[in-house]
Design a protein around this ligand. Sequence first.
Ligand code: NAP
Length: 492
Amino acid sequence: MSVAEDRAAPARADLRFAVIGAGMSGILAAIRLEEAGFRNVEIFERESKLGGTWRDNTYPGLSCDVPSHVYRYRFAPNPDWSYRFSPGPEIWEYLNRVAHDYGIARRVRYDTEIARAEWDDGVWKVTPKGGETEIFDIVITATGVLRDPVYPDIPGLEDFEGPMFHSARWDHSHDWRGKRVGLIGTGSTAIQITSAIAKEVGKLSLFQRTPQWVVPVENPEITEREREALRKDPKRMDDLYEFLADRFQNTFARAVVGDKEELDKVARACEEHLATVKDPELRRKLTPDYQVACKRLIMSDTFYREVQRDTVELVTEKIERIEKNGVRTADGRLHELDMLVCATGFEAHKFMRPMEVVGRGGHTLEEEWSEANRAYRSVAVPDFPNFFMMVGPNSPIGNFSLIMISEMQFDFIMQLVDRIASGEAREVEPTREATNRFNKAIQDAMVNTVWVAGCSSWYLDKNGNPAMWPWDFERFEREMQAPDLKDFRLVA
Ligand code: NAP
């Protein structure tokens, strides 16, 4: 098993790496570092299993709305995906299998949350919660984006006497079949849950604060015959990868950053899809009043069908409070429930925090990011030498394959690591001037994007600015190809 292109062994193969997080990005970083010949790679994971978001989310209907054949590591094609958009457990198994096959899984230091990393005297001092400080040369954070659940700020949430949990902490000890289920939220998660449970619940009360645009996307099974063909001819998988990546990059990825023609196509597809809802009143309730794709677009060809079932009530009255028997809406009605699920999203702007990161001269990341989370090309921060982030601020998140993004970012990071490993530099960090220039360009470009069209979403940071990549995917590929060393401070 090998991912490596032909690389000379690093002069400093003994460099000590702390990889923080054993989700999709952390597994990738660990595999790639070891393949590159580094012998001292520690992987820290705060939970007792690896897999990040695919470990945490186990709700009914969980799947990835990025086609599976692009939602995989480039070096580990998988001919066995069962659907075009495979179910979550299959993705989790895939990550596990890759981590096992490459010898990473057994080496992860589970149940170890890093509380603090401090740059001191040319090294990183990394301290796990309740543990001893260890010394590293390079820190790579791979802590994910949608990690910490947000519960709704609704009075009485704790008063509910039945099972109540967040969608990312699904409690499988309570069967929802035949029960009166309340579901708060209509993001990608709630739409998938609704599609999965509507048929078998006693009653589903779906509490919608804001309607969503839903683009119909079919999810056909990949037949055994097709899988066999992919097994026999791995090149077919690579071709499929290129085809899917290209198609996405030339359509949706352009639509959100200013290609009006593409955006119109998506809008038409959503409008025609919405028109399939038969009851005019339900259709009215489901009709958004903002630009298509301003919030993360929902991909589903089953939601509208399922929400029209007799077992489902779409509740649009504001929730006033939660009581022991159910949810009380502003019209005074009590929606009696046996269980309540909060599909109310995540804290998307925390990155590695609450971990405390202290850079050069005692400068903390909290101070650095007090106004906004800013990085150089999403991966590094001035005054934080030898500190790299995967899926950091302004990474192209949204509807992209995050694995693809992570791989490109890692290739970029690796080229900086190479400067240290070759002995050319001991410290590498972006200059403040280059970081400011990059962030100014981001803010200037953001005005052309669909995310500023006037809706609220988790894409927006605390200042109301989209924390997104405002350009097309080709630009991201270009910028990740090679670091411009003029933008870095290399200390020999
Ligand atoms: P989300 O998109 O942040 O949606 C949260 C939902 O909860 C929204 O409908 C929000 O309403 C509602 N909400 C929050 N607080 C509320 C309150 N106090 N009262 C009433 N409603 C409230 O979260 P998510 O659905 O978990 O999705 C998050 C992201 O995860 C997605 O955008 C996507 O990137 C990722 N995801 C991906 C997939 C996939 O297939 N790849 C699947 C699931 C999730 P408002 O809209 O009014 O704020």
